[in-house]
Design a protein around this ligand. Sequence first.
Ligand code: HEC
Length: 301
Amino acid sequence: MFRINISTKIVSLFIFSALFSINLSAASWDVPADKKSKNSFIKFNDASAKEGEVLYNKNCASCHGNPSKGNVLKSLKPTPPDLASDGTQKLTDGELFYILNTGRGLMPSFKNVLSENERWKVIAYMRSFNKKYVQVLSNTDPSKSELVKVNMQYDAKSNIVTVKVVAKEKTGTVVLKDAEVILFAKRYFGKLQLDKSMRTNNEGLAYFQYSKDLPGDKAGNVELIAKINDEAYGELESTTKFKIAVPTDKPSLTEKRAIWNVLVKAPIWLIITYSFGVLVFLGFLLYLVLNLLSFWKIGKI
Ligand code: HEC
């Protein structure tokens, strides 16, 4: 009897603490201190909130509903919070930005979906529902990203692309250390990430392994896009064309007849059915006019 009692106690204690910890992890976000205090360089005003609203409706409303309306997608667990709620509004701008970057579980990461500017504009929109909110602007200068120069080189033997990131300051060239670099290959629709995201070393270099069978255009060219994110210099993208891919003879999407192409390149069957439809319609109109004309003649007699 005593033993059962003890083990039931232990089991229930275990279940309780498990439930409690699940609850805790769903409620709080572990945001590193330096990320927590990050501020936006975009001013939160009516204009930025309006742009943020468009992005919000496209990317967030399906789960989070309309802020302050509580029409969130309740079938998800954990339930996506109403982003105008006190709980969310208590988070700092840096925390919101971090959550948008990293995501968690069903909450997607928007780091490669929305640009840094766009992510701040979505936050501007969320803040427009908080009357008490007062913005602290960041003193990083977004125009600093224009000083950044990216150089890409490849080694066909080892299949490694080297990305070097520097900033051309007036006082000289500064090597960007510990900047985040993500490398993509441009595809027909969107882009394909190559390798993991990397950080530049002390020489401002990041190395990426790419696959030998990366498909390119007819000549084997592929456009590589390096997305850079640096604490001080902000975000930017740089594109370089390389002949490192497998030549792929894919006709361009607008080369052949297709329903999305211009009229002269529309599929024959579409032109025929369309023309036939127009002819039938015109013929019917002519028939009506002739009939009306004959009525008119009869009336005159
Ligand atoms: C597929 C559904 C989905 C989409 C789309 C989505 N979210 Fe979320 N979001 C969630 C879920 C689920 C949570 C709760 C996650 C958790 O606590 O682990 C969440 C949590 C959050 C939180 C934390 C709120 C708090 O109080 O803890 C913020 C902020 C947030 N989302 C913002 C956004 C923004 C902004 C967008 C659009 C750019 C967006 N989300 C798009 C599902 C989604």
